[in-house]
Design a protein around this ligand. Structure first.
Ligand SMILES: [Fe+2]
Length: 238
């Protein structure tokens, strides 16, 4: 069970995100890695399929970023993990609400050569919640590195206000080189005048969770690290 301090909650509200080490055990990391690898390859133990695929085995190249969701309804083990009530309690406390509703979960895998995910605000894509307000949790299932496709947050950017959603989050392979930062360009135009844009890479141990507000700008860079892929599980709630 994760105990939040008043300082943790204050940091989440100040920065727009909070990192919690050892959020899941090494045994859970192993279990999640196994089940997520199965579902991303189309091996489901429930009859429902995910709605959203960005990579399919046999259809897409190996260096395309894998993304699939929801995974709770195609695998019973992932379903039990995603709907762990203690996870929901952490988000509710961070957001200052008595309860929250979980509405989706995803698997991410950024392979070597994987391209960036453009900086965006999650809540901008979830306007069926009125007023739009969501929060997310991203759990690293590998050690993550700035040059290996990890998640990046823009500190304090949840206070910049709501902006329209970026049209294309998955940049095409031709769009970027290894040192290109075009995946942050959309976000930068909305930084208030005089604000230092502080882009923070999440360099984490496996089992660490990062929680963020739905208005916090975030995205992930290219994976340019040789021989390294990055697995993550994430879920969103409102
Ligand atoms: Fe996101």
């Amino acid at each position: 069970m994760t105990a939040l301090s008043a300082a943790d909650i204050a940091k989440y509200r100040e920065d727009g995100f909070l990192v919690i080490e050892n959020f899941v055990s090494s045994a859970e990391v192993e279990l999640l890695r196994d089940r997520l690898e199965r579902v991303i390859n189309g091996d489901f133990n429930r009859i429902c399929e995910p709605d959203d695929y960005h990579w399919k085995k046999g259809r897409d190249a190996d260096n395309v970023t894998r993304f699939m969701g929801p995974v709770w309804r195609c695998d019973s083990v992932l379903g039990r993990f995603t709907f762990t009530s203690d996870h929901a309690r952490v988000v509710a406390e961070l957001e200052g609400e008595p309860s929250i509703r979980l509405y989706n979960d995803y698997v991410w895998y950024k392979p070597e050569g994987g391209k960036p995910i453009e900086m965006h605000q999650d809540a901008a894509y979830n306007t069926w919640v009125q007023p739009p307000r969501v929060a997310a949790c991203w759990i690293a299932l590998d050690e993550t590195h700035a040059d290996a496709g990890t998640l990046f947050y823009v500190k304090g950017s949840h206070r910049w206000g709501a902006q329209p959603p970026e049209a294309e989050l998955f940049l095409p392979p031709s769009a970027v080189g290894s040192d290109d930062t075009s995946w942050t360009a959309y976000m930068r135009q909305f930084a208030p005048k005089g604000t230092e844009v502080e882009v923070v890479p999440l360099e984490l141990k496996a089992g660490t969770a990062a929680f963020h507000s739905g208005w916090t700008w975030h995205g992930s860079g290219p994976n340019t690290r040789s021989g390294t892929g990055c697995w993550a599980q994430c879920w969103r709630c409102c």
